[in-house]
Design a protein around this ligand. Structure first.
Ligand SMILES: [Zn+2]
Length: 376
């Protein structure tokens, strides 16, 4: 299949799937007007949202309202601008999910499938995805803005526009060339996660036990240093323990772990230990808490808020953020099956006695602080 045929095939399949999924409304938020007023007034920012994947591959229209008929399926639409407005989500780091050209043993099945569909170089996919985001932002300039800094995000939010920030998921998207980092930066990329599901030019994934003990590669170390110099946010989500440890010795600025949860509450390899949470907090960084059931353990919004509270107990109120992973082939926890459920997080935090100030930090102010610290 050539590039155009492939995209047409994918987009017509998506239209058929969309027709199948259409017709069922979102779950009602079930929150009081007081809760909604606080939630809407707060700046709500998600550190990891994967909607760009469907936008790039399937022609998903971010400005149109979609309905999610299969809340337990990982292949349903979790976010679009009309529902983001309803759920009070004001901005997000939009993940650039790039398929690897070299398919290795450790790669899980759905990504192998994706990898076979894509044959462009990593940097070409990265630049193409940045174009997709840029075009969407231009097409819907009244509703969203492609932001290059934390202060641009604040301005967009204050204007009532969705603040989109670009974060690459895995350094295979810049291959192993710092020139590619500069090229992507020119086009608006401001965050890079060092690896994804397979070993990259920079680091090794947490999900593969065979890589335990291997830290960053020499390129990975150069990349962290260069990103800090350029004013790009380092994301250590997916990186294995040895890699995180090595990165902690290198970083001099705050950084993020964009989508993870607390291992003390749920023993899953992608979750952070208490020592790692403390290390992120000590460096002024933030942890984006993921909404996937596979990260959380105890069901529902209550289970998700348990992780927010644990991270606060261990690392303090300044280290927590949202990092949903919606539209990233996850099955979200009950009650957060799409973006319209977000006010429930505010409701449960209020019910558990958290102050308005703490809630605002967790919902977005902490994440915005780090993006502003690093990118201006
Ligand atoms: Zn991820």
């Amino acid at each position: 299949m050539n590039e155009l045929t492939r995209r047409r095939f994918l987009q017509s399949s998506a239209a058929a799937a969309g027709a199948l999924l259409a017709g069922c409304g979102p779950e009602a938020p079930q929150v009081s007007d007081d809760v909604l007023a606080l939630h809407r007034d707060a700046r709500v920012l998600d550190l990891h949202l994967d909607t760009l994947l469907s936008m790039r591959l399937l022609g998903y229209e971010i400005a149109s309202r979609h309905t999610n008929r299969l809340p337990r399926s990982p292949f349903s639409w979790h976010m679009d601008l009309p529902r983001a407005r309803e759920g009070g989500l004001d901005g997000a780091v939009m993940g650039l999910v790039i398929s690897p050209r070299e398919v290795r043993e450790e790669l899980m099945a759905p990504l192998r499938w994706l990898a076979r569909l894509e044959d462009e170089r990593g940097i070409d996919q990265t630049l193409l995805t940045l174009d997709v985001l840029d075009e969407a932002a231009q097409r819907h300039a009244d509703e969203m803005r492609f932001c290059r800094s934390g202060s641009e995000m604040r301005a967009a939010m204050d204007e009532g526009r969705f603040a989109a920030f670009a974060g690459l998921e895995g350094s295979h998207g810049i291959e192993s060339d710092l020139q590619n980092v500069h090229a992507a930066y020119q086009r608006g990329l401001r965050m890079i996660g060092l690896t994804h599901f397979q070993a990259s030019s920079a680091a090794y994934p947490m999900t593969v036990a065979a890589f335990d003990g291997r830290g960053l590669t020499p390129f990975g170390r150069d990349l962290v240093t260069e990103m800090e110099r350029m004013g790009m946010v380092v994301d250590l989500a997916h990186v294995n323990e040895a890699g995180v440890e090595e990165a902690l010795g290198l970083v001099t600025r705050p950084f993020v772990v964009s989508h993870t949860a607390c291992r003390a509450l749920f023993d899953f390899r992608r979750n952070l230990s208490d020592a790692q949470i403390r290390a992120v907090a000590e460096r002024g960084g933030v942890i984006g808490l993921c909404l996937a059931r596979g990260f959380i353990g105890r069901p529902g919004v209550e289970g998700f808020v348990d992780h927010i509270e644990h991270a606060i107990r261990v690392g303090g109120v300044d280290c927590v953020a949202l990092g949903s992973d919606w539209d990233g082939a996850i099955v979200p926890v009950e009650g957060l099956g799409d973006v319209t459920g977000l006010p429930r997080v505010t409701r449960v935090m209020l019910e558990r006695g958290h102050s308005e100030a703490v809630i605002r930090k967790a919902l977005g102010e902490n994440a915005l602080r780090v993006l502003t610290d690093i990118c201006g």
